[in-house]
Design a binder for this molecule. Structure first.
Ligand SMILES: *[C@@H]1O[C@H](CO)[C@@H](O)[C@H](O)[C@H]1NC(C)=O
Ligand SMILES: *[C@@H]1O[C@H](CO)[C@@H](O)[C@H](O)[C@H]1NC(C)=O
Ligand SMILES: *[C@@H]1O[C@H](CO)[C@@H](O)[C@H](O)[C@H]1NC(C)=O
Ligand SMILES: *[C@@H]1O[C@H](CO)[C@@H](O)[C@H](O)[C@H]1NC(C)=O
Ligand SMILES: CC(=O)N[C@H]1CO[C@H](CO)[C@@H](O)[C@@H]1O
Length: 680
């Protein structure tokens, strides 16, 4: 029997609390009901008389009106989807949805009785985060949405990442062109998934989005801006079902890790290599634009965590360079949001795969900084033992580390983990890469066949029970977690899900993921897990935002040099003279006028977008190994740059001043057009 008593918001205490709450609710409920009856009567009367005035032949339909005031409900209630169709809400955990067309930003929904409603305080460090990723949706991945890629496997340039997928789609106008991506956004994740996620006992979703949700430049083939519209739908669906969002910026221009899921498989060009500084400047703008949007009062209580960069490779960039970038990213977010609880999101930084100890003591006093770790065991040496022998591995590997990090660093989340103990699964290592486990990956030695591990329809009860134990051991030891990922799509070639260890939904449907994730509590036998409170500044309380100068002295932005590139002063850089880009809010079909915000929280945050300097030379942002251009800029621009940076360092400002750059572009009398692939 799991030890629920170790959990502050555990099953038993919440039952007692809920009885008390239930009595209060019944009282409030009766009052609301009476108020509603009065309102409906008044509305029907108004509607009927208005109709009567407009046209004596048309009949007002009070039934429709009465229906539209059903704004909330729990288990068994009928929900009207945003497309007007209906379904029955299933949530046996006391969750209530909430949607009122005349008050669409109402945050009254609650995912479960034991999770705070969106308009209540979530006590980070005490209230457990139980989440799933919506991977492969707004950032595609071959192993999550294989059908998209399988269509273009035999093309001259096979689709292996979203870059080549987009190129293939654009060429394939007969097959739907690039709008096939929007079809995927429309169908892969829908409102029903959000309802199901709340009904599965989960209270958070982590949503990867690409930088091209904001814009693309030059010949970047990605579908620009469209995914933002679907992210906005996600926000409104999360709001409706009481789920909080961890927004994860999953791709940066140039790629921060060189992996397929960063947009382009190949080289790292952020904080590394000759375009590493310019791409980071551009990325920080995207972080700023997102932070300005999500910190608005309409959104801040739904999007409460912002992962500013997914999986940068610290061992490649160097930890100090990464720390400089994170400090700048933190400052960018806090400039947008303001400081202290209620002002914008937690700023979540990925550990760069270094482990918690490298981050202990990083930015003490920082306002709501959280550490993100991705815990996979399947990409290293492959297991030779039985599944049963591995189910408790997460307990020994993570439990005390996470426990200590919560006490030392502050909030630590496992932004990703899965049920995979070996690297079997279609495209799990990339398209046409094969697996270590069955020896099909270059350089690997076969341990066994992947077939039985992937044939989930034939798994026996013992196998399912072992995966269940493994999942619970991960959940219990990681404490605040996001399973990767909610859904794996079918392969068209195989007609089924080919990476079963990565799909929460498939596991729920087939009996190897817990239908009540609270049952994971106690799996690892930790009798006194950290359960808060976090230090005051770590939750936006007293002292938040006061970082001692000694903690930042060695990590200036920009750093003095980058790996595989050299001194920053010799690398291409942008200048903040571009027009600001803001993100639009959602539109509502209701005739009621609602303020969806301007897209920008802090009106005094007005520096321009980072754009090329006229007269300077740039490499392709995705260039890989190359020498920086030499000379970087034509002679008169170079002289102005030196004068400007001297002036800037005198005032302690690290970027070239707006005025100087404007005068450069005026003097040169040229448009600020980006230049690429200049000869070296
Ligand atoms: C949350 O919203 C609901 C629905 O409007 C409301 O009844 C409730 O009082 C609100 N709670 C708080 C703490 O504001
Ligand atoms: C798309 O078409 C162009 C022009 O025919 C071709 O050069 C390019 O290689 C094609 N791209 C892909 C990914 O097939
Ligand atoms: C995969 O295909 C099967 C059979 O058509 C279908 O029942 C199932 O819902 C599909 N799964 C996903 C994740 O789309
Ligand atoms: C976890 O941390 C808490 C509080 O920091 C501590 O009291 C407890 O002993 C730790 N438990 C384990 C198993 O490390
Ligand atoms: C080549 C490459 O980048 N492969 C990665 C593609 O994405 C999968 C799943 O996220 C990774 O496991 C691969 O390493």
């Amino acid at each position: 029997m799991p030890d629920y008593s170790q959990q502050k918001h555990g099953l038993f205490s919440s039952v007692r609390k809920n009885r008390r709450r239930a009595r209060i609710f019944i009282g409030i409920g009766v009052f609301i009901l009476l108020a509603l009856i009065a309102l409906v009567t008044a509305l029907i009367y108004m509607f009927a008389s208005k109709k009567h005035q407009e046209s004596s032949s048309s009949n007002g339909d009070p039934g429709t009106l009465a229906h539209s005031v059903e704004v909330t409900g729990g288990d068994g209630s009928t929900v009207t989807r945003d497309d007007g169709t209906t379904f029955t809400y299933k949530n046996s955990f006391g969750g209530t949805w909430y949607y009122d067309a005349s008050d669409p930003f109402n945050n009254g929904a609650r995912a479960q009785s034991w999770s705070p409603a969106l308009n209540e305080t979530f006590n980070y460090g005490t209230d457990p985060i139980r989440g799933v990723n919506l991977g492969g949706w707004l950032v595609t991945e071959p192993f999550i949405a294989p059908a998209l890629f399988e269509k273009y496997l035999d093309s001259p340039t096979p689709a292996i990442d979203e870059w080549t997928l987009s190129e293939n789609m654009r060429n394939d106008t007969a097959g739907g062109g690039i709008s096939q991506l929007e079809d995927h956004y429309k169908t892969f994740i829908t409102e029903d998934d959000f309802a199901e996620i709340a009904g599965a006992g989960l209270n958070f979703v982590r949503i990867p989005i690409p930088y091209w949700a904001i814009e693309t430049r030059d010949d970047e083939p990605f579908l620009a801006k469209t995914s933002w519209t679907y992210f906005l739908k996600a926000v409104e669906w999360a709001r409706k079902y009481g789920l909080r969002i961890n927004l994860d910026l999953h791709t940066l221009p140039g790629s921060q890790n060189g992996w397929n899921h960063s947009g382009k498989d190949g080289s790292i060009n952020v904080l590394y290599g000759p375009m590493g500084y310019a791409n980071a400047q551009r990325s920080l703008d995207y972080i700023r634009i997102i932070a300005e949007f999500i910190s608005q009062p309409q959104y801040k209580d739904v999007i409460t965590i912002f992962g500013i960069t997914n999986e940068p490779q610290a061992s490649v960039d160097g930890i100090d360079v990464l720390k400089s970038y994170y400090l700048e990213g933190y400052n960018v977010v806090r400039t947008a949001s303001g400081v202290g609880e209620g002002k914008g999101p937690y700023v979540s930084i990925h550990d760069g795969f270094l482990g918690a100890s490298d981050w202990t003591g990083f930015l003490p006093g920082a306002d709501r900084l959280s550490l993100d770790m991705h815990k996979y065991t399947c990409f290293g040496p492959q297991p030779t033992g039985t599944l049963a022998s591995m189910v408790n591995v997460p307990c020994s590997a993570y439990a005390s580390m996470i426990n200590n990090t919560l006490a030392d660093f502050g909030l630590v989340t496992a932004g990703e983990f899965s049920n995979a103990v070996m690297d079997c699964g279609l495209y799990v290592n990339g398209v046409n890469v094969g697996s270590r486990y069955d020896g099909t990956m270059g350089g690997s030695t076969k341990i066994g066949s992947c077939d039985p591990w992937l044939d989930w329809a034939s798994w026996d009860d013992a196998t399912k029970q072992n995966y269940m134990k493994l999942a619970k051991a991960s959940m219990d030891s990681l404490q605040n977690w996001f399973f990767w990922t909610w859904k794996i799509g079918n392969s068209t070639v195989h007609g089924t899900v080919m990476s079963p260890h990565w799909s929460y939904q498939l596991g729920l449907e087939n009996g190897w993921m817990p239908t009540d994730p609270r049952t994971a509590v106690g799996t690892c036998g930790n009798k006194s897990p950290f359960d808060g409170p976090l230090k005051s500044y770590q939750t936006g309380g007293a002292g938040a935002g006061t970082i001692p100068a000694s903690a930042t002295a060695d990590i200036p932005w920009p750093p003095a040099s980058l790996s595989n590139a050299g001194a920053i002063t010799l690398l291409p850089s942008y200048t903040p003279t571009g027009s600001l880009v803001t993100l639009p809010g959602p539109t509502f079909t209701s005739s009621v006028t609602v303020d969806a915000g301007s897209g920008w929280t802090n009106p005094s945050d007005q520096a321009g977008m980072m754009v090329p300097i006229a007269g300077c030379t740039y490499l392709d942002p995705w260039v890989g190994d190359a020498n920086p251009p030499s000379p970087l800029c034509s002679a008169n621009v170079a002289a102005a740059k030196v004068a400007a940076s001297t002036a800037a360092s005198a005032t302690g400002v690290s970027t070239i001043s707006h005025a100087v750059e404007t005068s450069i572009s005026t003097v040169k009398g040229r448009a600020l057009t980006p230049k690429r692939n200049f000869s070296l």
